[in-house]
Design a protein around this ligand. Structure first.
Ligand code: BGC
Length: 766
């Protein structure tokens, strides 16, 4: 049956105009204050722009990295001397990788006190999950499904970074990805656009706060625009070729959420998308982001991505790449050095209009004014304040809090966990268990090696048991962020016997296995998803000696630990949890914190299932026609089911979902209510999740999609009615023309503790 269709005003959804209805008096007062501030910023921007020469304007679009001792002697030759000269001439708008208030003051001083107009630099840095004190990697934090904790984590990261001179972070990365092979899944919020949008909002709010000019907040950057997470075969920087439906319904939503949360910058991406490098895509940058979404901040290129358009073979040479990128709306050149060398000529030759340059410079200056840099360029450069803030108790408490919340309990047969606190002999096995660097994860360039609390240190704080430690096998050595390949131990099993001997003597074995912190991240794709090196063999050897094992996984991506799931009684997903890692893990193992995390990405059974995600399409042949038949969408050697589904995670207590009801509250809004009960013996938290299925649609829709969740804390036997509201925002979707539409018809709802939720009801949208 052909269904009625009506189009919603796309703009009202995209720009969040619905929220105006709920604006309080305070919000209105704030808005009118903001609009006065905005108009005064706009007039300051215009006044400054009028004073600038073309060279100086282009200078604002130029960003350099600063890997030299800025407080040392002035560089005399080469690239560094050139950068120094450009700083003095006002030909640099931004520096990155200059940190510490003393160093930042030194570069800022050159720009402000030696250049003609004294325009301050915006100082950027990859504050991805903290600066010096680290929270869990973003994928891990996303497993908390706790927006307050995630916001707090970004807030303290901003505070510590700002105290060290930084005023702009290249985060959050909001790239949705369904491919665990891609190393950068560690840096994002996982596979889901809805969860990813909520997390994008929380992170932007955390970094930027309510007042960008405060010395505790920094500008955020939504990256990588767009579709970087869809690199073919999970190989970093690889080609992306996706359809309109995926682009609009899966990839764009977290970027829209970041924009609506007020993110001040975007970064474009290394990949091409459907034949056009994103850096040179006028469709993405000018048409979608700036025109349709009305974004008035600026876009920075990714590192060298303007020049990489030559390698993509879309631009003939660097000059042409600069022309394409600037015309496409890429406002600032990160480390290609092409805007500063080519744009003036390109304008003079008529290939780039001066209005294009003016537009980019306006955007950059606007953000600098908002940060308060013109009022006081040294406001982030207070060394005494820096000493008080960096590594403070407040920041360590916040990162410990989010670290505990990020842990996911994957299996707990016979209640092996929590561990008893007294009278037990426990063997802790695995090189990662006493590693103080790996738990920092990747993207931790501000942090010192060896500053994480190890699992060994965390467990040693519990003194009632006898704890033995054996590595069992060395893991890696000599790794750095720039190392080409990690030196994984794939052959040395000489220490296995020590581990098995100790395992035989104890009540419980805790094994910490998985990936080193540098095995995920940029350029760190993997073609296998098992435990690296000899660790699987170590696990099996120890299992033969004592099968009462708690496996603690450290990893930056989903792993295919199928053997472990079949044999090991307890499995704890502990990712890379940052500075307070060992304390968080010990508190969960000993039951001082009841785990509540839920997976933000599906865990596959084998790498051959990848990409694997819960919100798949039905296909024309979704089910086996009759037992044993062949011609349906499946593999002949493995089930379609994942190892652990999206949204999955256990607790030391149990929960039940009952009494699902649906109520049509307004024309196109429905309230779904369920009763959630803690049916176990201890207090616990549960993430109640709602999934929606549009039964039939003019464009095929996924089998289900997350459209609501709530984190609920309940005492034993306590129940709570949870209500989810579904409005047109949740019921609609983008068609292949990029219009947001809502179609009438039947919908099915599923509610439960993961994406395989079975409690269900239906309703009809008339
Ligand atoms: C990454 C970006 C990062 C930039 C600056 C690039 O290689 O793709 O995400 O912000 O470097 O460090």
């Amino acid at each position: 049956m052909k269904r009625n269709r009506y189009y919603l005003l796309v703009l009202s959804i995209v720009f969040g105009l619905f929220s105006c209805k709920n604006e309080s008096k305070n919000d209105l007062a704030l808005n009118s204050k903001n609009s006065t501030e905005n108009s005064s910023i706009e007039s300051k921007v215009e006044a400054l722009l009028k004073k600038m020469t073309l060279e100086e304007k282009v200078g604002q679009m130029n960003q350099y990295t600063g890997f030299w001792d800025v407080t040392g002697p002035t560089p005399k030759e080469g690239n560094q001397a050139l950068k120094y000269e450009h700083l003095k001439k006002g030909l640099v708008g931004s520096m990155i990788n200059v940190t510490g208030s003393k160093n930042v003051r030194a570069v800022q001083k050159i720009a402000v006190e030696e250049s003609r107009l004294g325009i301050p630099l915006i100082i950027g840095f990859d504050v991805i999950h903290g600066f010096k004190t680290l929270s869990p990697i973003p994928l891990a934090e996303s497993a908390s499904w706790d927006m307050d904790a995630i916001e707090l984590s970004a807030k303290v990261a901003a505070k510590e970074a700002a105290a060290s001179g930084i005023n702009w972070t290249f985060a959050p990365m909001v790239d949705v990805s369904r491919d665990a092979r891609w190393g950068r899944v560690m840096e994002g919020a996982g596979e889901d656009a809805y969860l990813g949008s909520k997390i994008a909002t929380a992170r932007v709010h955390g970094f930027q706060g309510a007042d960008l000019s405060s010395k505790e907040t920094i500008a955020a950057c939504a990256k990588h625009f767009a579709a970087y997470g869809f690199a073919e075969s999970g190989k970093d920087y690889n080609t992306v070729d996706i359809g309109t439906s995926t682009l609009y319904n899966v990839i764009f939503p977290p970027f829209i959420a970041a924009k609506n949360a007020g993110v001040r910058t975007f970064m474009n991406s290394f990949n091409e998308i459907n034949g056009i490098p994103a850096t040179g895509s006028a469709f993405l940058q000018r048409e979608i982001l700036k025109k349709q979404w009305g974004f008035d901040g600026f876009i920075v290129s990714d590192w060298g991505s303007i020049n990489e358009m030559v390698a993509h073979r879309q631009a003939k040479n660097g000059k042409e790449a600069a022309e394409i990128a600037a015309n496409a709306g890429s406002d600032m050149d990160m480390e290609s050095h092409l805007y500063v060398s080519e744009l003036v000529n390109l304008v003079n030759e008529g290939k780039v209009k001066e209005s294009v340059i003016d537009d980019a410079v306006r955007r950059i200056l606007r953000v600098k004014f908002e940060l308060g840099l013109f009022e006081n360029p040294y406001k982030y450069c207070d060394e005494t304040y820096e000493k008080d803030v960096v590594g403070s108790k407040e920041i360590n408490e916040a990162v410990l809090d989010v670290a505990k919340k990020s842990i996911v309990l994957l299996k707990n047969e016979n209640n092996v966990l929590p561990l008893k606190k007294e009278g037990q002999k426990i063997a802790l096995i695995g090189a990662l268990a006493d590693d103080k660097t790996s738990p920092l994860g990747n993207w931790r360039i501000g942090a010192e090696d060896g500053t994480a609390v190890s699992v060994l240190e965390g467990m040693q704080k519990y003194k009632g048991n006898t704890l033995f430690f054996e590595k069992g096998a060395e893991f890696v050595s000599g790794e750095t962020v720039f190392a080409k390949e990690l030196n994984i131990n794939v052959s040395d099993k000489s220490e296995f016997s020590k581990a098995t001997a100790i395992a035989k003597k104890v009540d419980v074995v805790v094994m910490v296995l998985g990936e080193h912190g540098y095995q995920s991240g940029e350029g760190r794709s993997r073609s296998s998803l098992g435990l690296p090196g000899v660790q699987q063999e170590l696990l099996e050897a120890v299992y033969k000696a004592n099968s009462n094992i708690v496996l603690v996984l450290n990893n930056g991506r989903p792993l295919a630990v199928t053997w472990a799931d079949e044999h090991i009684p307890a499995i704890v997903e502990a990712w890379q949890l940052g500075t307070q890692s060992g304390n968080a893990i010990a508190q969960v193992l000993y039951g001082d914190y009841n785990p509540s995390g839920k997976l933000p990405m599906t865990f596959p059974r084998s790498v051959g299932q990848v990409p694997i995600y819960y919100n798949v399409k039905s296909t024309g042949r979704p089910n086996m026609p009759a037992p044993g038949e062949v011609f349906w969408s499946h593999y002949s050697d493995i089930t379609n089911k994942p190892l652990y589904p999206f949204g999955y995670g256990l607790s030391y207590t149990t929960f039940s979902y009952t009494d699902i009801n649906v109520k049509n509250v307004k024309d196109n809004s429905f309230e779904i209510s369920v009763t959630l009960t803690n049916t176990g013996n201890v207090t616990g938290k549960e993430v109640a999740q709602l999934y929606l299925k549009d039964d039939y649609a003019s464009v095929t829709r996924p089998v289900k999609e997350l459209k609501g969740f709530e984190l609920v804390k309940l005492n034993p036997n306590e129940s709570k009615t949870i209500t989810f509201l579904l409005t047109e925002n949740e019921l609609g979707f983008y068609n292949n023309q990029g219009d947001f539409i809502v179609e009438s018809g039947d919908f099915t709802v599923f509610v439960g503790g993961d994406s395989e939720a079975e409690l269900t009801t239906k309703f009809e949208l008339k």
